[in-house]
Unconditional design. Structure first.
Length: 419
């Protein structure tokens, strides 16, 4: 898989929501096509990472490959005054030295603190290869790399987790759009390692000399992994300090779970809120494919890559209420002719103040074979843009990371191929 994806290009794309709501169609612009420079020193392979947008309108993100070390970059796209053009630059290239002590394949999105420093993860590192958590420290116009934590470093046992998951880190206040304060704990998941090799949910806390990692929950702790395993999509944190997420495997049907982690006074416990594929023919979906996010009512919204009435994925809502949490199917993808609504949704979801949900699908058939951007509200879903409308896909192909939204209602995202 890596060799095939490594040769692909990517586009950073923008659509304008104002024109969608007023005129019924999306304005689309390609802001940058990766691998535009020799040997892809500008980056290549964006995968499922979410973009980060700062207060100045600068877009920040990562690529899994490319760069001067060939194993990934952190990049920025800086807009001109009227935001008609964006200038790309690489802030950091991974694997600068032999054996990659700074890690490689930074396939997750970034977060930013109040000082403008960036935090992220690499999926792999030098032996034993468990991945890393890093900080890119801002010093005016220059940046310096700081290693915060290395997974699997204690004799290679990987009881602390292995391979941080694609959707990155979170913290208290992330859901509201607040910047990270640089002192509170960070939370994340790994999709393997841990006491049962089913992945872990972890907490990372700054210290005077170094950051400390604590495993909050080891997945597959229950017989037949009924508690789920492979927590692929990161975590959401509520005001009470409880954590929510999904696993892609395990549960009653081994098709994944939606879970809650809570602190009960002396340790963390888990409650499975929903076992995927609980309904006939997996009508409720299987293989959750995005981090769950809170809507304005405190419900969780997410997607599954498969299942639903057509088998091509679902959009769902869940009201957290213990083991019998109410689960609502909002949409089964590929329900429209030629899958005009897209199929196999993937990537992070974004909600606006009006309760609209924005996301991406990665595939489909017919006109939407290369993925879509969609908007949903309640049980109504509208496709805003279908990728690869032009020969050679200069507008991009297969968006995997979802979209982010700025204060003017514009959506930004990346495609894994095309450009």
């Amino acid at each position: 898989m890596e060799n095939g994806l490594r040769s692909g290009l990517a586009a950073v794309a923008l659509t304008t929501i104002l024109s969608i709501t007023m005129a019924g169609a999306a304005d689309f612009r390609t802001l940058y096509s990766f691998c535009a420079k020799e040997h892809c020193v500008d980056g290549n392979g964006v995968y499922t990472n979410r973009l980060l947008l700062d207060s100045s309108g600068t877009i920040l993100g990562t690529t899994g490959y490319g760069g001067r070390g060939e194993w990934g970059t952190i990049f920025q796209l800086v807009p001109n005054e009227d935001r008609s053009k964006y200038r790309h630059s690489v802030l950091y290239s991974f694997c600068k030295k032999e054996n990659c002590p700074d890690g490689f394949f930074p396939d997750a999105g970034l977060i930013s603190d109040t000082a403008g420093n960036l935090y992220g993860t690499t999926q792999y590192s030098s032996y034993p290869g468990g991945g890393e958590v890093f900080e890119l420290v801002r010093n005016g116009d220059t940046w310096s790399f700081k290693l915060l934590y290395v997974f699997c470093a204690n004799g290679g046992s990987c009881t602390d987790g292995k391979s941080p998951t694609y959707f990155g880190l979170t913290y208290k206040g992330y859901a509201s759009g607040a910047a990270y304060d640089g002192a509170s704990p960070l939370y994340g998941t790994t999709y393997s390692g841990g006491a049962h090799n089913g992945g872990v949910a972890y907490q990372l806390t700054p210290g005077k000399r170094k950051w400390r990692e604590k495993v909050l929950y080891d997945f597959c702790a229950v017989g037949d992994c009924l508690d789920g395993y492979v927590p692929y999509s990161g975590l959401a944190l509520d005001e009470a300090g409880d954590l929510y997420g999904v696993t892609t495997e395990g549960g009653n049907q081994n098709k994944g779970t939606i879970f809650q982690l809570f602190f009960n006074g002396d340790r963390w416990g888990e409650t499975v809120l929903h076992h995927m594929c609980s309904k006939a023919n997996c009508a409720d979906g299987e293989l959750p494919s995005s981090p769950v996010v809170f809507d304005g009512n405190g419900d969780l919204v997410g997607t599954t890559a498969y299942g639903g009435s057509q088998g091509d994925g679902t959009l769902f809502k869940l009201t957290p209420a213990g083991e019998k949490s109410p689960y609502t199917l909002l949409h089964s993808f590929c329900s429209e002719d030629e899958c005009a609504d897209g199929g196999y949704p993937y990537g992070s979801l974004t909600l606006d103040e009006a309760g609209n949900i924005f996301g991406t699908t990665s595939y489909g058939i017919g006109e939407s074979a290369s993925g879509t951007v969609y908007r949903a509200k309640g049980r109504s879903l509208q496709s805003l843009y279908q990728f690869c409308q032009l020969t050679g896909c200069p507008d991009g192909n297969i968006p995997l990371g979802g979209v982010i939204r700025d204060s003017d209602g514009r959506l930004f995202g990346m495609t894994n191929l095309g450009g």
